[in-house]
Design a protein around this ligand. Structure first.
Ligand SMILES: C[S@@+](CC[C@H](N)C(=O)[O-])C[C@H]1O[C@@H](n2cnc3c(N)ncnc32)[C@H](O)[C@@H]1O
Length: 246
């Protein structure tokens, strides 16, 4: 079984379609100013639009392979862009940041509320008094959590870096006790071989829990949005986006 967070080229190729958050996140960097800190920064997907707008950026990620790929992408920006290996649950960086964010559901990799809280407390220490903290995660959807057991659902298609079109199908098992969704991605790209399997877990966090955890970590929630177009969070929203101050 593979680990998608050890294969940065595959991640980048698979997520070619994820562009709808770039303008939104870079816009918040413009509003808040530099320096910017991104947690779970991955291969630098969101770093690039921020750096292109002239900001100073630091990213943190716990995958050595992703950090190494992000370093290559950030090299043209010189000292304005840095990427560090580290764990968002417990990190210590020099200086304070005007804008800190966790994009594209990455917070959901922290599998307990205690882990989320320790991350939020760390962010609180690294945020300037006027700084803003933004989190972007999806709203857990019962249709997705309680799908037919064992059935494979297509999630995306892309050109695989090792050649050929790749179709990704997934199945999942949701544990309502732990609120952890166990997700299994099957990569079909070589008809002569069995699909490659990548499994990972995501913690389903509901808006009421987010409110409690952010408040407990000392944040004031200033805005709750339901999508990148700025609509407020509501019953039909696909996303929960929090903008917080100290
Ligand atoms: C869905 S990817 C998102 C990457 C990037 N933010 C983006 O938008 O493309 C999730 C990222 O979270 C990172 N990650 C998971 N657990 C982490 C942790 N405890 N600390 C730091 N990074 C973590 C993974 O290595 C991966 O790069």
């Amino acid at each position: 079984m593979g680990n998608i967070y050890e294969e940065p080229e595959v991640y980048d190729a698979a997520h070619w379609w994820k562009t709808n958050d770039m303008e939104f996140i870079a816009g918040w960097a413009d509003r808040c100013g530099s320096p910017v800190l991104e947690l779970a920064a991955g291969t630098g997907r969101l770093a690039l639009p921020i750096l292109e707008r002239g900001h100073t950026y630091v990213g943190l990620d716990s995958s050595r392979e992703y950090v190494s790929r992000a370093k290559q992408k950030l090299a043209p920006f010189g000292g304005r862009g840095a990427i560090r290996y580290g764990d968002m649950r417990d990190f210590h960086l020099a200086g304070k940041f005007e804008f800190c964010f966790i994009g594209f559901n990455s917070l959901l990799h922290l599998l307990t509320n205690d882990e989320v809280l320790s991350c939020f407390r760390c962010v609180h220490k690294h945020l300037s008094d006027t700084g803003k903290f933004l989190i972007d995660i999806f709203i857990p959807d019962p249709i997705f959590l309680y799908r037919e057991p064992g059935k494979l659902y297509e999630v995306m298609r892309f050109e695989h870096p090792r050649g050929g079109e790749c179709v990704v199908k997934e199945r999942n098992e949701y544990d309502p006790e732990t609120q952890i969704n166990h997700i299994h991605w099957y990569f079909f790209h070589d008809p002569a071989q069995e699909p490659e399997l990548y499994s990972f877990d995501m913690h389903m966090i509901y808006p009421d829990t987010m409110d409690c955890l952010l408040t407990e970590a000392g944040f004031r929630i200033e805005e709750k949005l339901g999508d990148y177009d700025g609509r407020p969070l509501g019953e039909e929203s696909p996303l929960q986006i929090y903008i917080c101050g100290k």
